[in-house]
Design a protein. Structure first.
Length: 251
């Protein structure tokens, strides 16, 4: 499930393969932008902003959002291209394929920031500001905590995995109001720490134990014993997002 750390790592991977190279192929498979051809232009920058990714090439910026199932595959070896591909970029022997991207658009490079102007401080970006994030989080005290954490206007980068994990380590239910958070500043600092420590790996870990099956506190562990108290982890999948919590450790 792509969240801010996955997008940051994806951008770093694309940057390592493409930055400074000139495109020799640009195949955009979205009807609105199908005629765009950026061949002959060099890739200047690849960067992330929350869950958004930008590849800046010549006068344009390729903006993508992975949503739930998207990914960028890049290698100096042939990368498979099938019906799920939304864009194919090549720079000599390097091929990058955007697969099942939730959003793909070609923007004017000078104004690509408009696409993310609504976002709160980026947990992995140079604009990160914990005081502003905490203020945004507590702006509506009766709002459910999970809803506030998933709102990218509060802070950019948290998805459902980190939302559930943050609620657990903070000892609060995802459905509790924001006013129930004991220390909002500490929560947003924890959020940043979680994403920062996971930004350079694909398999995220919030427990500190990277062994298989031991990386997460509650997410994906419905019915299994809580790692702290042994109480079976509860879950609710009736909403837009599945929620996990320990009924003993979280109040």
């Amino acid at each position: 499930m792509p969240e801010g750390d996955t997008v940051w790592h994806t951008a770093a991977n694309l940057r390592a393969h493409l930055a400074g190279r000139t495109l020799t192929r640009c195949d955009v498979r979205v009807p609105r932008f199908a005629t765009v051809d950026l061949r002959g232009h060099a890739v200047d920058e690849v960067l992330s902003r929350g869950k958004h990714l930008f590849i800046r090439v010549g006068p344009a910026s390729i903006h993508s959002h992975l949503k739930m199932d998207g990914s960028w595959r890049v290698s100096e070896r042939p990368v498979r291209v099938d019906y799920r591909a939304r864009i194919v970029l090549e720079a000599g022997a390097v091929r990058a394929v955007g697969v099942d991207l939730g959003v793909l658009e070609i923007l004017d490079r000078d104004r690509d920031g408009d696409a993310v102007a609504h976002l709160g401080p980026d947990l992995l970006g140079p604009d990160w500001d914990p005081r502003l994030a905490a203020a945004n989080l507590t702006a509506v005290p009766d709002r459910p905590i999970a809803e506030a954490l998933l709102d990218q206007r509060v802070m950019a980068g948290i998805g459902n995995v980190y939302c559930n994990e943050l609620c657990f380590v903070s000892g609060v239910l995802p459905t509790a109001p924001v006013a129930a958070i004991p220390d909002p500043h500490r929560l947003v600092v924890r959020a940043r720490d979680m994403l920062w420590l996971n930004r350079s790996r694909w398999n995220r870990c919030t427990t500190g134990d990277t062994r298989a099956g031991r990386q997460l506190w509650v997410y994906g562990r419905a019915g299994q014993g809580c790692r702290r108290c042994g109480t079976p982890v509860n879950y609710d999948d009736t909403g837009e997002r599945v929620t996990y919590w320990c009924p003993t450790c979280q109040r």
